[in-house]
Design a protein around this ligand. Sequence first.
Ligand code: C5P
Length: 208
Amino acid sequence: MDTIVIGIAGGTGSGKTTLADKLVESFGRDEVCILRHDNYYKRHDDMPFEERQKLNYDHPDAFDNELLRQHIEALKNGISVEMPIYDYKEHNRSNKVVEIKPAPVIVLEGILIFDEPSICTLMDIKVFVDTDADVRILRRIVRDVKERGRTLESVIEQYLTTVKPMHEQFVEPSKRRADIIIPNGGENAVALEMLIERVKKQLKKDNI
Ligand code: C5P
């Protein structure tokens, strides 16, 4: 099977997930599979919760990129993988995995996927979702408090100490590696349509 790997990067709360979900909607679940970089955060089983809470989750070293690389390679070769499931409330990888079956379109989503050259070279199309920082932090506050078991104070503290400085140091500069920069992520209907057409063209070309 011919595959196309689409990388979707961008800051926290930029709309990466919305864009990835819209690609699934337009091509169908059999055609698109998604690997989320967050699921490849390194395990910290021997570290107490209080310490895990304080780790810097926005630095490239926080991720097990070798496992992610192996999984992309496997999917490209038509082999299913067991993607780990991350538990944000525990600040650790859970013991659950989900089977990801190979599909013609492999979407890779995460804040720092363009920072790692060994992952970057596996992508056919690199998309950076560019959303204003104020919009991103507002979205993050709502999401982290509602879904990730955080307090408002903890989200603000983490944003100022690690999320913002790491964004400026690693995420924003990685935008230079993008092929396409999409303002406003999943809400940008014109950009989504162009991306869909581009993927369709590539898939057709590969099938000739
Ligand atoms: O979905 P999003 O792109 O926002 O996910 C990435 C964010 O998840 C990072 O900015 C990181 O700070 C956050 N994260 C967290 N706690 C963890 C692991 C990741 O707040 N234990």
